[in-house]
Design a protein around this ligand. Structure first.
Ligand code: NDP
Length: 451
């Protein structure tokens, strides 16, 4: 970035920081986008005059509310719930709900901001939003989860609707939680409508929705490799996380001939040099979805090693898939990946790579790096397809949905190449995704006039 743009970026960020003090994750997400957009709009006065980027960083609204529920011991518990409705220029707000003790306004604003660009990239008519609560589902009984979800939806239902805002799952929110929330919404409004995605098949869910984010992250890797005449087959893969995104990422990697050697959770990671095969993966899915156990139990069952309190990035690999949480790859981790000859990094998680790590990777130009807003857009893409199926009162086959998913990811890859390719042929997937995502939302905002 030349010094003129650097000054513009500093001025812009100073304004954002003044309006959003103590929100480091949100500022990080905005800075990552602004670094690409400010040079891009330098010769496009309409965007600057109409303050499009400034308006995009200001959420349409944020709702925050008390969630009161009773635990199994009869104690009253109080949590805070949120919905950030960031931007609905191109469609109803759309984005997941996260239940995790780390949830706060900054985290949800970063996720909602990213979601605007991601949803735009899918080519589907969806705006961006995100919600959640600082509720920790770990160690809670099924009934406690149900009571929490019902209490959460009792307030949230006032702010959402199939043409207004359509939430989905995220960390700590899977099919079980979506079921409880959808049931409560339906009970309150007395309408059966597509207000949530990620529903079970029996009540309006889409095939491949559960798989879509993990599969999509692998399809994105496949696209990047194919663009360079390479493939996934025979490559050693390191995956973090062991939840929804991670496990379906592993499933697709195995299908395409990859060898996966790690998984993790918030306590540590397992390394299985023999490779995690289909049977071992089925065991992990049961452990996480039904028995709600810890990943360290894997080594007692199958061998390998467990590394408490560590992340898997020091394990030599060809391809890396961060699928756990934000800022899980530091500059030091990025350096290890590069030193070990890692060729591709596809972000299943949102913003898993710190800004320093991104710079470290970009300086090398040897590692193909897809940002979360491109690589994990398969999840919201299939959520968009779930909305279409709900409106049509139809359910498509697995094959049909998978074909749509592949097409969506291919479209995103093509947009990244179109807007991110430098004169020397190097593709900056961050820049490509940011500019392509921005263009469509900006065009709609301009059409609406000043508001
Ligand atoms: P899950 O709750 O199913 O799984 C999350 C996994 O990440 C668990 O293994 C969890 O470990 C681990 N994890 C969570 N927080 C931390 C932490 N602070 N440090 C280390 N590990 C952690 O969530 P998902 O798989 O749905 O989401 C994973 C990522 O993918 C998130 O960044 C999410 O925003 C993103 N994403 C998800 C989409 C979806 O469709 N679900 C769509 C697009 C993006 P533990 O069990 O110990 O907490």
């Amino acid at each position: 970035m030349n010094s003129h743009y650097a000054d513009d970026l500093a001025t812009f960020m100073a304004g954002v920081e003044r309006r959003n003090p103590n929100e480091p994750e949100f500022l990080q997400a905005v800075q990552e986008v602004a670094m690409d957009i400010i040079p891009y709009i330098a010769d496009k006065p309409i965007y600057r005059d109409l303050k499009i980027l400034e308006r995009m960083t200001e959420p349409d609204r944020i709702v925050s509310f008390r969630v009161v529920w009773e635990d199994d011991n009869g104690e009253i518990r109080v949590n805070r719930g949120y919905r950030v409705q960031q931007n609905n220029a191109i469609g109803p707000y759309k984005g997941g709900i996260r239940f995790h003790p780390s949830v706060n306004q900054s985290v949800l604003k970063f996720l909602a901001f990213e979601q605007v660009f991601k949803n735009s990239l899918t080519g589907l008519p969806m705006g961006g939003g995100k919600g959640g609560a600082d509720f920790d589902p770990k160690g809670k009984s099924d009934r406690e989860i149900m009571r929490f979800c019902q209490a959460f939806m009792t307030e949230l239902h006032k702010h959402i609707g199939p043409d207004t805002d359509v939430p989905a799952g995220d960390i700590g929110v899977g099919a079980r939680e979506v079921g409880y929330m959808f049931g409560q919404y339906k009970r309150i409004v007395n309408r059966f409508e597509g207000v949530l995605t990620g529903k079970a098949l029996e009540f309006g869910g889409s095939r491949i929705r559960a798989e879509a984010t993990g599969y999509g992250a692998v399809y994105m890797m496949e696209e990047m490799l194919q663009h360079h005449n390479e493939s996934i087959e025979g490559r050693t893969c390191v995956v973090s996380g062991s939840g929804n995104v991670a496990t379906f990422c592993v499933e697709k990697l195995l299908e395409l001939g990859g060898k996966v050697v790690t998984l993790s959770d918030s306590a540590g990671y397992i390394h299985d040099p023999e490779g995690i095969d289909k049977a071992k993966l089925a065991w992990v899915m049961d452990l996480k979805n039904n028995r709600r156990g810890r990943i360290e139990e894997y080594v007692r069952e199958f061998g390998g090693t467990y590394h408490e309190g560590e992340k898997p990035w020091s394990v030599p690999c060809d391809l890396a898939f961060p699928c756990a949480t934000q800022n899980e790859i530091s500059a030091e981790d990025a350096r290890m990946l590069l030193d070990n000859g890692c060729r591709g990094l596809s972000e299943g998680a949102n913003m898993p790579t710190t800004p320093e790590a991104i710079r470290t990777i970009q300086s090398g130009k040897t590692l193909l790096h897809a940002p979360g807003k491109a690589a994990n857009a398969g999840g919201v893409g299939v959520s968009g397809l779930e909305m279409s199926q709900n409106s049509l009162r139809l359910q498509w086959t697995r094959k049909e949905v998978d074909e749509h998913l592949r097409k969506i990811i291919r479209g995103i890859h093509d947009q990244c190449v179109e807007f991110g390719t430098a004169a020397d042929g190097h593709v900056d997937y961050f820049k490509g995704a940011n500019i392509a995502g921005f263009n469509k939302v900006a065009a709609a905002m301009i059409a609406y006039g000043v508001m």
